[in-house]
Design a protein around this ligand. Structure first.
Ligand SMILES: [Zn+2]
Ligand SMILES: [Zn+2]
Length: 148
């Protein structure tokens, strides 16, 4: 049981670390042309940037299918990635970007820090000089700063 939980947690944490890296060095690098659709002010309901969501979701689905027969580590890794994806969707796409109008302004300290940190990331619409590339790993200062 503990081992299962560890694989799920590893899947979750690895997704945050990997997406931080991908976001900072690749999406704000060679794949900026795709990612910039998420930074542009005029957005439709879907953005070209959503292909990254498909990529992460696809990886999770493949792992779950590969591990589904014996419920081995691949199944639980895929579960961790999926869990991350669900939370990421609710926080990043719904709470922060309001792609669906489910919530108002967050009151919990951690959620409001996540929101401020990601808003700071969106302050610039350029490839360079963006900050705060993760979602759950919030730099400490966003817990104290007043909303600008
Ligand atoms: Zn970005
Ligand atoms: Zn965003």
């Amino acid at each position: 049981m503990i081992v299962i939980l560890l694989w799920v947690m590893l899947g979750f944490v690895a997704t945050e670390v990997f997406s931080w890296w991908l976001h900072k060095y690749i999406m704000h690098g060679v794949l900026w042309n795709i990612h910039k659709t998420h930074h542009s002010k005029t957005k439709g309901f879907f953005e070209l940037n959503d292909v990254f969501t498909v990529l992460f979701g696809g990886t999770a689905i493949v792992l779950i299918i590969l591990g589904s027969e014996t419920l081995d580590y691949r199944f639980w890794l895929g579960t961790g990635i999926s869990l991350y994806g669900c939370l990421y969707f609710v926080l990043h796409d719904v709470l922060i970007h309001k792609r669906l109008k489910w919530f108002g302004r967050p009151k919990l300290r951690y959620l409001s820090a996540i929101t401020k940190a990601h808003r700071a990331h969106h302050k610039t619409n350029t490839k360079e000089d963006a900050e705060s590339f993760g979602l759950f790993l919030v730099p400490k200062r966003f817990f104290n700063e007043e909303e600008k």
